[in-house]
Design a protein around this ligand. Structure first.
Ligand code: KG4
Ligand code: ZN
Length: 367
């Protein structure tokens, strides 16, 4: 059995997986969401303290399996350095105490492995990774080599939900909040412009869309400025010759002048365009790639509108669509354990375990 630790952001998680058949023997995850929600986003110092407090207890609750362990795995890249560190320290301590080898796992490779928890690995494969920290289109070759075909140049998909939710005075994490509120809204109420429309650049950009949400909130807060005079960002009208409030204009935290229906309309219009942007760039990717299978992973792949749009999209290309099980879309140690089992079979252990908070995926192998 392999024990895996995941602590790259705001979840302290431990899983134990049987190396012979990938069966899950033990799993626990302590989410810090409630603590970070008070601040509207992840506070790194708080995350570090909460991991340091939670991990020893979470690990000890797996103690009955210690004698069956063959290796200790841990996420060592990428992530918040202050969050990665407590996991790495715990893994090193366990490996020393139990005299077991260490396996390092890239968090994003872990997300890819969430597709293979109950399914065999079939390659080649196209992958969309949508999380709070990343938005990427990946190609995985027959022999498992990962190529990054496109990524976001600013905010990630999940981050744009988190930040829009914050502007609307909703809770954290913003993804589920926006998704639920959007169900009650009119997704055509706001004509937000599609990012990178008409360009041939295979990349994502969510900061302009997020800014359109900010301006829509400001307009409602300050009804002197009709929404219609707020320029479409893709038309390139500078803020100097318009009546837009400056970038630093404060949005009152309670959004007291924005009704629940108006918030729902903004949420629905935002979600529609954010998902359309994902699909629009995938069309570009599919114009040069012939994928028979396409997987979607990461916390934000739980978004139901995105899932249904991807289903129609992949069906139109006669491409098999794979999703991770909903409970393993967000960060968890099970996907890390699954990735580690492959490394264990390849005898891919690490002597000195280093932390790489900003590592890339380019040219990594998944098998
Ligand atoms: O993969 P993950 O758990 O953590 C990172 O590695 O970043 O992803 C968390 C992100 C957050 O930004 C969260 O708001 C987003 O996933 N998310 C969603 C949904 N559920 C979670 N975004 C959109 N719709 C959802 N239903
Ligand atoms: Zn993640």
């Amino acid at each position: 059995m392999i024990l895996a630790i995941e602590s790259s952001c705001d979840d302290s998680s431990v899983a134990i997986m049987k190396a012979s058949d990938f069966s899950l023997i033990h799993y626990e995850k302590i989410s810090q969401e409630k603590e970070h929600a008070k601040y509207g986003g992840v506070v790194p110092e708080l995350a570090a303290r909460l991991h340091t407090a939670a991990l020893p207890a979470v690990i000890l609750r797996a103690k009955e399996h210690f004698s069956a362990l063959k290796a200790i795995a841990v996420t060592n890249e990428p992530g918040l350095s202050v969050s990665l560190l407590p996991g790495i320290v715990a893994a090193k301590a366990l490996s020393t105490a139990l005299n077991l080898p260490l396996i390092s796992v890239n968090h994003l490779v872990g997300h890819i492995y969430s597709l293979f928890l109950s399914e065999p690995i079939k390659l080649p494969l196209g992958v969309l990774l949508v999380s709070g920290g990343h938005t990427m289109i990946l190609g995985i070759s027959e022999n498992g080599v990962i190529s990054v075909l496109g990524a976001t140049s600013d905010d990630s998909f999940g981050e744009s939900f988190d930040k829009s939710a914050k502007m609307l005075g909703l809770g954290y994490p913003g993804g589920p909040q926006i998704q639920n509120l959007a169900l009650k809204g009119d997704d055509r109420a706001y004509d937000f412009s599609l990012p990178l429309k008409g360009t041939k650049r295979l990349e994502y950009s969510f900061s302009g869309l997020k800014n359109q949400v900010r301006l829509a909130c400001l307009e409602l807060e300050n009804s002197r400025i009709p929404y219609s005079v707020i320029p479409r960002l893709d038309r390139g009208i500078s803020s100097e010759n318009s009546k837009i409030p400056s970038k630093n204009s404060r949005i009152p935290s309670k959004n007291s002048r924005i009704s629940s229906q108006q918030k729902a309309n903004i949420a629905a219009s935002f979600e529609r365009v954010a998902c359309l942007h994902i699909i629009d760039r995938l069309k570009l990717a599919f114009s040069s790639q012939k994928w028979a299978r396409f997987g979607v992973v990461g916390g934000a792949s739980a978004n139901l509108r995105l899932r249904s749009m991807l289903e129609s999209f992949c069906a139109s290309y006669d491409c098999e669509l794979l999703f991770a099980p909903l409970e393993y879309c967000s960060d968890n140690a099970v996907m890390i354990a699954r990735a580690a089992v492959t490394k264990y079979h390849n005898k891919d252990f690490c002597g000195s375990l280093e932390m790489h908070p900003r590592s890339s995926l380019e040219n990594l192998k998944i098998i």
